[in-house]
Each structure stands twice: as C-alpha cells, then as structure tokens.
Unconditional design. Structure first.
Length: 330
C-alpha cells in the first residue's frame, strides 16, 4: 500500500486548508494510507471552517508505529502561534520542523511520498532557516548535491537548470558541466519517475533568438551546444528559440523541456496549468511533490482556497511511487 505524507506548509497561509480539502477527496483506506503533519491547534482551527469528511486521529510523534490506513493520522507538533495572512518567525519554524519530520518518516516507510504545502521564504528568513526553499531543504536532508526542480502537468513537463537566483546571475551560473548534469538528472527522472522510455529532451537557448549565432550573446555557442553534444546519447537537442518554441507549441514534440532560468519555463507552464501544475524535486531518493503556487496569504483562513493543485501533487506522487517500483523491478 502507498503512503502519502502531507505537510501543512506555512500555517498562516492556505497550506493546512488545501491539505484538508485534498484529503477529503483522496481518502480511501483500500488504496492508500494518509498522514498529515500539522500542529493540532492549527488543524482544529482549519476544520472549524473546512469540514473533514474523513475519520482522523491526532497522534504524537512517539506513536508513528501505530499508524492505520483506516483513519487519517494527524501527526501533532509542539504548540505554535497562528496568525493568518502573514509570515512570522513561528510559521517559519513550524514549516521547518514539519519538513524535517516528513523526511524522516518517508525514509522509514516503503512506497511513500511527501506532498508539501507551500511555505514562505520570508518566514524561513525570520525563523533563521538557511534554505531558499523546500527544494533545497529536501536536497540537503537527502544529502544530494545533484537535484533538479521539475514541473509536472498533463500538458507539459519541464525542468530548470538554475532555480532561485537573480536574473543577472544566470549567465555566470551556467556551465557545460552544470547543464550536462541537469540533462542527465532530467533524463533519468523522466525514465524512472515518469515512465518515459528513451525520453526526448528539448533544451532552450538563453538569449533572444538563441543568440543569433553569437550576435546576441555567446552562451549558446560556449555552454549550451557543448553540453548538448556531450549528452547526445540521452536524446537532448537544442538550443531552441524560447518564444518560438512555446508559441508554436513545439514542446508537445518532446517528453520534457529544460529551461535555463525560473521564469523562462514557469510563465508558459503556469499559463497552461495554473490550477493544476505540480512541483517535483528530481534526483532524490525520496519522493516529494508540491502544488505549483504559493501561500496565498490574502485568502488564508477564509475557506475559499482551491485544492486542485494539491490533489494533482498527490496523484503525481502516487504515479512516481508506481513508476519507481517498476523501474526497480527491471
């Protein structure tokens, strides 16, 4: 049986709410076991305006060996301060504790995955958490230096060569070795996590018109093409002119697309999948997915948040569990 571990994310945002709504949709003891890591006080506040349709039991961390599929296990944490609508030191500290506990849990439970609710980078800063985001946090906990932020949907799958860095630092951050590493991680994940046999990968250019043969920047000649040549056996091709690539829907011809910086692929991805896009951390031993949106502080505590992306994140997590089981059996 598969086990899904939901996290509450930033307690002052919509994370607890969309988790409860997603569990309402997904609870089925014949198919999966569900654990929700959330302070009991935060869970109780949220179910005062979002009625859970699933049976649940609030338990302490010391009782994780008693988890049952017949009820949703609400794994309680120490008390915290709830303040809807804004990041605080307490929401950042709680989110950090939840991430670390979720990682420990899935390392102990076979056929399991983490579905994380959104966190706030500002709350992390206020709490003294050193990581830029959950992707980097889980990579550190997994002791993995080779990881990749990937975005999943039924319409498009894409990955990022660089993640949360200023735009002015993208060019200097790119190297042949880095891009080669990302292509290799992406190819392996497409095969083992997403069930794509001999996957085809498109790599985008960095500059307008992909540099026009060096007239508008040299990164395509100096970095991108050499990296693609080195990974030719992995069916990586490019660099493609980004605007034309998306404008002509050429991404449909490939199993996955690699963009060189955050907004290069996130803008078209979110235009296609704003309520159903999923964030996935490739390259880790554990499985972690997340909705492709933020904390939505402006609607936190109102009971109006849309759980569609959270539900999709859970569905993709289970697909990845199944695909890894098949890959390990090969």
């Amino acid at each position: 049986m598969k086990t899904l571990v939901f996290t509450c994310g930033d307690i002052n945002g919509i994370g607890p709410e969309i988790s409860i709504k997603a569990i309402n949709k997904l609870f089925n003891p014949a198919k999966r076991k569900i654990i929700f890591i959330c302070p009991a006080s935060v869970f109780e506040k949220n179910i005062s305006f979002i009625k859970p349709t699933f049976p649940f039991e609030i338990i302490s961390r010391e009782r994780i060996d008693t988890l049952s599929a017949n009820v949703v296990s609400i794994l309680d944490l120490s008390k915290t301060k709830l303040d809807f609508g804004r990041p605080t030191k307490y929401s950042g500290m709680t989110a950090s504790k939840v991430i670390e506990l979720s990682h420990r849990l899935v390392c102990q439970i076979s056929n399991s995955a983490i579905v994380t609710a959104p966190i706030s980078k500002r709350a992390f800063e206020m709490a003294g958490v050193k990581y830029q985001g959950q992707t980097e946090y889980f990579a550190s906990l997994s002791k993995s230096e080779k990881f990749m932020m990937v975005f999943l949907s039924r319409k498009m799958i894409c990955g990022l060569a660089t993640i949360h860095i200023p735009l002015k630092e993208v060019s200097s951050s790119l190297s042949i070795d880095l891009l080669q590493e990302k292509i290799e991680i992406f190819s392996q994940s497409l095969q083992n996590d997403l069930g794509k046999f001999n996957p085809s990968i498109a790599v985008l250019g960095l500059n307008p018109h992909s540099g026009e043969e060096g007239r508008i920047g040299s990164e395509e000649i100096d970095v991108i093409k050499p990296a693609i040549i080195k990974t030719k056996k992995l069916n990586a091709v490019g660099p493609f002119v980004p605007d034309a690539f998306f404008g002509t829907k050429q991404f449909r011809e490939f199993d996955g697309t690699i963009g060189l910086y955050h907004d290069q692929v996130l803008i078209p991805f979110k235009m296609l999948n704003f309520e159903r896009g999923v964030n996935f951390t490739a390259g880790l031993d554990i499985i972690r997915t997340s909705p492709d949106h933020g904390t939505a502080y402006d609607i936190a505590g109102l009971g109006v948040a849309n759980p569609a992306s959270m539900i999709e994140a859970a569905i993709w997590a289970e697909k990845i569990i199944s695909n890894r089981i098949k890959a390990n059996a090969r």
